[in-house]
Design a protein. Structure first.
Length: 147
């Protein structure tokens, strides 16, 4: 599983011009699923996301998690995180999990997160427009295979 984690002051997802999800201060997650991901990967990544200290404390140090600040998470599926760009200029997505598998694991991952924090999501498989105000900017790449 690969995640692009962004600290945001706000973020939203629209589909066909209609806003379907929106958060204020918190994290925007772009989530890609690997065909070899299992429950252990989902749990590991959820723990990392929930406990990642990327918010400033009273001294201005990144020392607080999204849970610590009472923030929210907006999770968006993003199979393109597994793009293979080695040959030519057209990316190949054969390294991403097949849609049926990816959809289930993405939902399971979101379920784990939602047990601990308010969560909004995009719509798996839809053409979404994602807008955000990246706070910092703070953007971190996470990969369940790089532990």
């Amino acid at each position: 599983m690969r995640i692009v984690l962004q600290r945001v002051s706000q973020a939203q997802v629209s589909i066909d011009g209609e806003m379907v999800a929106s958060i204020g201060s918190g994290l925007l997650l772009l989530v890609g699923v690997d065909p070899e991901d299992h429950q252990e990967d989902l749990e590991y990544m959820a723990r990392k996301v929930l406990n990642m200290r990327v918010f400033s404390d009273d001294e201005g140090k990144m020392n607080l998690s999204v849970k610590d600040i009472g923030g929210k998470i907006l999770s968006v599926s993003q199979f393109t995180l597994f793009a293979n760009t080695k040959k030519g200029n057209r990316p190949a997505f054969t390294e991403a999990a097949p849609p049926k598998m990816a959809g289930k694991l993405y939902q399971d991952f979101n379920q784990i997160l939602s047990q601990e924090i308010p969560l909004e999501t995009g719509e798996f498989g839809s053409d979404m427009k994602v807008s955000l105000i990246n706070d910092g900017p703070v953007t971190i790449l996470l990969d369940s295979k790089n532990r």
